[in-house]
Design a protein around this ligand. Structure first.
Ligand code: UDP
Length: 253
């Protein structure tokens, strides 16, 4: 088994990454690819939790804009994350990865309720825990759920996956060819410059609890292994304290 830098990590996957080219719902090829990426981390022996979004089916803010009451719309969004988690659970189990799904909203016929100590025990036993239904509360997103569960689980790293973007840039690299990638930056700079790491509520929670984040491209086939082995890949967002040469912001190319 290869050596890893991290003992326990939390991976955030957006719902969109399960939709593939369809842009909506679940595309079986995309689902299998994501499951294969997760298996690589599992194979390294890293204890792993996964928070899956629901934006491929439903976003509370969008439903609110169309007239729906926000809290109810957010409850529907949380249900969407349960569908995604069950699909991912199925894809992972089919390739031999042992999983447990825990939900923040109780759906006891299909998954365990979220119980912190039980989730930790699953991970210690080598099971991947899929955290579904976000935080269980409206007005936040699954980014916040990932930050919260990451801190609760005592992970060493929050793996923040993006679709076809390999880190954090000063501008949108999909539309601006002059955009520059950061190798690393501090939480406060990411917040002040409104860089696309995760939503601000989640990012400030990571800052308050000193949880390092690596933003990376989920579609890069070997990137998860490289990150978990301690190689520099993606963009590290942290407090900058442990890095002797960390300036306020270090821009890469
Ligand atoms: N949601 C929520 N509370 C949470 C997590 C999610 O209310 O703790 C709802 C919210 O409506 C959100 C939707 O679930 O829009 C889907 O999650 P998200 O937008 O984070 O999915 P992603 O963009 O990551 O696919």
């Amino acid at each position: 088994m290869a050596t890893t830098k991290y003992n326990r990590a939390l991976l955030k996957i957006s719902g969109e990454s399960l939709a593939g080219d369809r842009g909506f719902g679940i595309d079986p090829t995309a689902l299998q690819f994501v499951a294969g990426q997760i298996k690589k981390a599992w194979f390294l022996g890293v204890q792993l939790g996964v928070v899956v979004g629901g934006g491929n089916f439903w976003r509370g803010v969008e439903a609110q804009e169309e007239g729906m009451e926000r809290a109810t719309a957010d409850h529907a969004g949380m249900l969407a994350t349960i569908m995604n988690s069950l699909a991912l659970q199925d894809a992972l189990e089919k390739i031999g990865v042992v999983t447990r799904t825990q939900t923040a909203l109780e759906v006891t016929a299909v998954a365990e309720p979220y119980i912190r100590r039980r989730a930790i025990r699953h991970m210690e036993k080598g099971r991947i825990v899929l955290f579904a239904a976000g935080t269980g509360s409206p007005y936040v997103t699954t980014d916040t759920a990932a930050a919260l569960r990451g801190v609760e689980m005592g992970v060493d790293l929050l793996l923040m996956s993006k679709n076809a973007v390999d880190g954090v840039y000063d501008k949108d690299p999909k539309t601006d060819p002059t955009a520059k990638k950061f190798d690393q930056l501090t939480y406060i700079d990411a917040l002040n410059r409104r860089l696309n790491v995760m939503d601000a509520t989640a990012l400030s929670f990571c800052m308050d609890n000193d949880l390092p984040i690596i933003v990376f491209d989920l579609y890069n086939p070997d990137v998860i292994e490289r990150i978990l082995s301690g190689e520099n890949a993606g963009t590290l967002v942290h407090n900058g304290k442990n890095d002797s040469d960390a300036k306020e912001i270090q821009g890469g190319t």
